[in-house]
Design a protein around this ligand. Structure first.
Ligand code: MN
Length: 460
């Protein structure tokens, strides 16, 4: 059986490709798709096209890229000069893809961040060869790639023609099942489509004996580092700010904290586009301080609990409020309201060692530039050490466990097109854009089909 094909149009000098390159390789491992990389030197760029509905993206600008990099915790320091070409980088990439695919990932990750994060001149062949060497490409491979330049040029020309014929508007650009996704902020949607389309998880190697083994952990980047954290479980605290407890119809007396959970794969990185979720007409934001644990603890005390904290992040506990309230009224579990795809948006993790003191400052959420939530982390009913101590009475907490600590007052609904941006003093930012459901058309088609099927039954 042949796997569905995902084409990824990629350019080594693109800032938008550099922003998501690690996630693209994770997708390749995570889902049962046959990824075809379409490497280009030049494609029509957003900045060279008129802005229309089909071409909605803003042209490249430095501030936009810097902001997106910050949302995702990527070091971003392009030098003042502009790249003119990346011929050597591209030729070696094309050769590796065809001849040493096992080296393609490490090489491509390194090259595409080299310019944007570390100011390396990747138009310079000598610089590229050194970077290639650092990622395990031997001098013999580099020589072979140089000898194969005519073939690489033919492939690049074919790719350019293919892009033109297929309306590729810029990079990164993805095509799967005839659906097109364009831009660094569409990786969340692409992931969502692949998982909805029952393509994932990737099949394990045959000899492992484990079916549907997803070897790629869900990860969050660590701010200012080239590392990321593998996320284990996501715990969430309910009603932890007095004003929010009141707005939800409760008396904020200091009853013991209570918890609910989300699956780790509900997590989506800051900066993503998120499809309006299924089965709700009241999709709401909750801006929260997120705690990431770096040590195991059981039955700990508030005094000891802070040892387990690896770092903090800004997060959005996205909620299907209508389903949550319906469950609450009936005394049923909250999963339908809280634990669903892309419901935990989290920014880069700020390690404790980078903080002068524990977070206690302003926590703010903007929707389309307007302030919706504005409070102080210090106003939480249960503090971070108290939350960890309490939770550790029930669970052996482990490194990679993540805790959403509750939201302040001001929660409210979002619709497709809304832009969310949150910030927590000293901790960092989180951002997301809500986009229309991918499956809206598919649902309509399925409904029409079901109605026809009903009639067919009656007529028979
Ligand atoms: Mn919450």
């Amino acid at each position: 059986m042949s796997l569905p094909k995902l084409k990824i149009v990629f350019n080594y000098r693109s800032p938008f490709c550099a922003l998501v390159i690690d996630e693209l390789f994770a997708l390749q491992r995570r889902y049962r798709v046959d990824v075809e990389w379409v490497i280009v030197k030049d494609v029509p760029r957003p900045s060279s096209l008129p802005i229309t509905e089909q071409n909605p993206r803003f042209p490249y600008n430095r501030e936009d890229c810097e902001r997106r990099a910050r949302w995702r915790g990527i070091d971003w320091a392009p030098p003042k000069w502009r790249l003119t070409d990346v011929v050597a980088a591209t030729h070696i990439g094309v050769w590796l893809l065809r001849n040493k695919p096992e080296l393609f990932e490490a090489y491509t990750l390194r090259i595409s961040r080299a310019y944007w994060s570390y100011g390396k001149n990747i138009s310079d062949a000598a610089v590229v060869e050194e970077l290639a060497r650092e990622t395990g490409v031997s001098d013999a491979d580099t020589a072979a790639a140089k000898a194969a330049i005519p073939a690489a040029e033919i492939e690049l020309a074919d790719n350019a023609k293919w892009c033109e014929a297929n309306g590729v508007l810029g990079v990164p650009f993805f095509i799967v099942d005839g659906l097109k996704f364009w831009g660094s902020d569409r990786v969340g949607d692409l992931k969502r489509y692949l998982s909805d389309a029952a393509y994932g998880p990737a099949l394990a190697p045959v000899d492992s004996g484990i079916l549907f083994n997803d070897a790629t952990p869900v990860t969050l980047p660590v701010a200012g580092r080239e590392t990321s954290v593998a996320v284990n479980r996501i715990f969430c605290v309910g009603r932890n700010y007095s004003e929010h407890a009141r707005e939800m119809g409760f008396d904020p007396t200091r009853e013991a904290p209570f918890f609910f959970m989300k699956p780790a794969d509900a997590l989506v990185r800051s900066g993503a586009s998120i499809s309006y979720p299924l089965a709700t007409s009241r999709y709401e934001y909750e801006m929260e301080l997120v705690v990431v644990l770096g040590q195991s603890v059981t039955n700990t005390t508030p005094e000891q609990a802070m040892k387990a904290v690896f770092g903090y992040a800004a997060g959005l506990d996205m909620t299907r409020r209508d389903l949550q309230l319906a469950a609450r009224e009936k005394g049923r579990p909250w999963e339908l309201g809280k634990a669903f795809e892309n419901s935990a948006v989290v920014g880069p993790i700020k390690p404790v060692e980078d903080l002068a003191e524990n977070p206690g400052g302003q926590i703010v959420l903007h929707v389309n530039g307007k302030v919706k939530q504005d409070a102080k982390v210090a106003d939480m009913i249960w503090s971070v050490p108290e939350i960890i101590a309490n939770l550790s009475q029930f669970y052996t907490l482990r490194p990679g466990d993540v805790i959403f600590t509750g939201t302040p007052a001001g929660v409210g609904p979002v619709v497709a097109g809304d832009k969310l941006h949150g910030e927590i003093a000293d901790v960092g930012e989180v951002a997301a854009v809500i986009v229309p459901r991918l499956e809206e058309q598919a649902l309509a088609a399925a409904k029409a089909k079901a109605e026809n099927a009903d009639w067919a039954g009656v007529l028979r």
